[in-house]
Each structure stands twice: as C-alpha cells, then as structure tokens.
Design a protein. Sequence first.
Length: 335
Amino acid sequence: MSEPVKRSVTVAGIDCGTNSIRLKIARVDVDGMHDIVPRTLRVIRLGQDVDKTHRFADEALERAYAAAREFAGILADHPVDGLRFVATSATRDAANREEFEDGIESILGVRPEVIPGTEEADLSFLGATSVVPRDLAAPFLVVDLGGGSTELVLGGDGVHAPDTKVEAAFSMNIGSVRMTERHLHADPPTQAQIDEAVADIDEHIDKAFCTVPAGRARTIIGVSGTVTTMTALTLGLKEYDHRAVDGVRVRYEDAYAVDDRFLRMTRAERAEYKTIHPGRIDVVGGGALVWSRVLAKVSEAALADHGEKIDTFVASEHGLLDGIVLDYGRRLLAA
C-alpha cells in the first residue's frame, strides 16, 4: 500500500542578509503559501565593515546571535516540519563565516546555508512572482536590492506561471551598506562622493546586463527594504504600512525625486521620518542611489531593445524570504 501524499507542510525560513535578518513561518500546500508568522525583521548590520575587512565584527556577530535567540523563542511556540536558514552577500565575503555558522547552529539547531548570488536571485524571483497580478506584462525583471548585493532576475513568459520561467540572473556586489561604506562617507554625502558611487554602480550594472538582457523587460518588480522604504516615502506615508506599499505602481519621475532628496539629507534629517526603520537611516541614501541607477539603466536598455521606455515599477513585499519558504515547502512536499 502506498504512503499517503502529504497535503501540506509547515516550514520556517530565515533570510540573513547584510543589513537585516528575517523569519517567516508558513503552511505550504498545492495552492501556495499561507502565513502563520508573516515576517519578523531585525536590523543587525551583520555586514558591518565586511567590504573593507572581509571579516564579521564581534559586535555584529553578537547582534546576529541575539536575533537568532529571539527567533528560537518564536519557533518554540510554532512547531515546524523544517527550517531553512539562508545567508547571503556578507556571509559569502567573510573569512570568519565558520564562526558565524557554528554560533547560529548552536542556537537554532540548523546550519546556515551560504547560497551563491545566482540561487539568491532565483529565490527572490520565485517569491516576488508567486503573488504577481496576472495583468502585469511579461517578461518581468525582479530587482532585489539588499545591503551587500543586488540581484537582477529576468523571467516570466506570459504563458506559464511566472515562477516557472527564469531566463537569466546576475548578482552584483552593490547594495545600500556597501555603497555607503565604500563611497558616501560625509554627512550629507558630497557631490564628488555621489559621482564616485554612480560610476561604481553603473559599472556593475553594465556588467550584469552582459548576462541579463534587461532591455527585454516589460515590468520591473522591486523588492527588499530599500525599495519598499523609498516607495513608502514616495507615497508620502507618515509611518510604514506594508499594505499600502505592496503591489503599488510608482512612476519613475516621482521615485527619482524622492530618492535624490533622501540621498542628500543628513542622517539627522532622515531620522525625523518614522517611515524609515532606525536601522536603515544611515544607509538608505546609498540604497536609493542604487535603485535610481538600476531604474534608469533598465529604461535605457528597454528603449534600445523594443523602442519603449519603462517609466513605472511595481513595489513588492514578497522576495527572497518568501522564495525560501515556498521552495523549501515544495521540496518537502515532493520528498
């Protein structure tokens, strides 16, 4: 007699990036993902100075361990069939990553998986397109703008479910934390520092476009804290509201103006805005600059490819973390 087919599994995913760490617990079945604990976020700045030292700072590790202990408490109250802990850009670059992996394993009982940028890109695409409205034009370019890296993923053919069709992906070593630590040292940054950062960003984007034919995109979907924060500011929200941000379409013209204004603010001026998480105040300008340059370069590429500029993007609350949970749940169901 054959074993009964699993109808659903309860899984947890942890996305540990350069600036923040997130936990999500959900039930996954054939119909998709159903939140149990939607998302718990803590800004830990794990990538503090990693771009310069190639090592995790002791205080950064302690912040990560404190968040892991908090997550362990949440998991104790919500038993799961499996937990996947994914670490990305900063961990890929840290020489003492084994110390971090040992510490996390001792707290959560699972060892962090340090995934390559290409897998990060694929999972971000899966998460972002798992809830994409069917009226959006394909192909989609998903942009996951993190603290240490930015992933570009092109896919979706308008026929199959969009999450089954990834055409090309590339991970760039640019992000809000890296650009701030590498270039934007003054408060506010000088024009010379901004110009240096733009040259650095554009060089990475041009290289990415050799792999990802971004000009073919018809819809840009932006995910991650930088994109959603800057979208909330563009909408004029006084406090962050994920319901107002998720799925909203934003004009480039409006986004450019807000991105540039917050880039050129002092940190004290940014701190007046409750819309910005306190852990992003010092780096959100660098992230906004990366975002503006990606939008501009994709629009130029689209005009060259098919004669139409892209002048709007869609902001999404769904990205890498959703992809981790959905992918892991599907694999457990198939096992």
